[in-house]
Write a protein that binds this ligand. Structure first.
Ligand code: COA
Ligand code: MG
Length: 295
């Protein structure tokens, strides 16, 4: 079967933020069913406690115990006094990725990539897309993933910052955000990186939250960033492939493996045309389902 091999596929249905200054949350994260934990050193941490939070997060990363969860640290923006030390300490501690906030142009990410020059190649960069300028530059930012040695592997959308900076008035259908969300997903797909939707602030409103997850999935998002444990289950459900979708995907992959279908780009299954592009989609569906333990 000539299905294109792409980068590693990981489930990123649920990415829970927590303040790096909150020891209880860092500990609790080891027991929560989030695919990704994001220890925040940026907006959730007050300037007076930035240095303490950095040390506490580094100790948590080194201490481990997060199991299958991806461990990501949101550093301070690259033009702040804290950023370079954040990067040095976290690269040494060995997190899976650094989430860089306020990336408005490729250079904002290039600075951090430069600081990481000698660090393990396994340490990836994620970028927050959360400024009007970032929306205008999102294709060039995404293109950094394709540069030799490029570490960029995921976008996280910062809808709260975008609302603030654009002065948009958000509605339940997220009408003002549709352009941003589409632009970000399109750029991410063009360069084969993942993209996680913005947070839903009212963590008591589970119904509204799940509606927004479904909207994000419809837009092409891989998962959602979260602020509270009550949001994990809903995100995992909405962003998991459904049982029927998984069963169909397994059949598509099996069909392309049949001896009579070797080397074919298009086959017939249940009287329908199935192309190699469907097999590529099926491969991703099965990989996500398997990794998420939902097959
Ligand atoms: N990560 C991990 N655990 C969390 C959590 C989070 N984001 N939010 C809450 N919890 C834990 C609490 O520690 C508590 O656990 P415990 O009872 O076992 O000690 C439990 O979940 C219930 O928490 P609750 O009392 O409902 O919430 P809270 O009042 O402690 O916290 C917030 C509310 C909004 C302050 C908190 O959810 C939070 O800090 N969220 C993330 C904010 C953030 O990182 N923002 C930056 C990115 S947008
Ligand atoms: Mg922000």
């Amino acid at each position: 079967m000539e299905i294109q091999e792409t980068r590693e596929i990981r489930p990123r249905r649920s990415a829970l933020y927590m303040p790096g200054s909150n020891a209880r949350a860092l500990e609790k994260a080891k027991t929560l069913d989030a695919d990704v934990v994001v220890f925040d050193l940026e907006d959730a941490v007050a300037p007076e406690v930035k240095a303490d939070a950095r040390q506490q997060v580094a100790a948590a990363v080194r201490g481990g115990g997060y199991g299958r969860r991806e461990v990501v640290v949101r550093i301070n923006a690259s033009d702040t006094e804290w950023a370079e030390a954040d990067v040095a300490v976290m690269a040494e501690a060995g997190c899976d990725a650094l989430l860089v906030p306020k990336v408005s142009k490729p250079e904002d990410l290039a600075v951090v990539e430069g600081w990481l020059a000698g660090a393990a190649p396994s340490i990836k960069l994620w970028a927050m897309i959360e400024t009007p300028l970032a929306i205008l530059n999102v294709a060039q930012i995404a293109a950094m993933a394709a540069a030799p040695g490029g570490r960029l592997s995921c976008f996280a959308v910062g809808t709260n910052d975008l609302v603030k900076d654009t002065r948009a008035e958000m509605d339940a259908a997220r009408t003002p955000a549709l352009y941003w969300l589409s632009a970000i997903v399109t750029a991410a797909r063009a360069y084969d990186i993942d993209v996680l939707d913005g947070v839903y602030n009212n963590f008591k409103d589970i119904e509204g939250f799940e509606r927004e997850c479904a909207h994000g999935r419809m837009m092409g998002m891989d998962g959602k960033t979260l602020i509270h444990p009550t949001q994990i289950a809903g995100a995992n459900t909405v962003f998991s492939p459904g049982a029927e979708e998984v069963a169909w995907a397994r059949r598509v992959l099996a069909a392309f493996e049949e001896p009579e279908n070797q080397g074919k780009g298009v086959i017939k299954m249940d009287g329908q045309m199935v192309e190699l592009l469907h097999a590529e989609m099926a491969k991703r569906t099965v990989a996500i389902a398997d990794a998420a333990g939902n097959s």
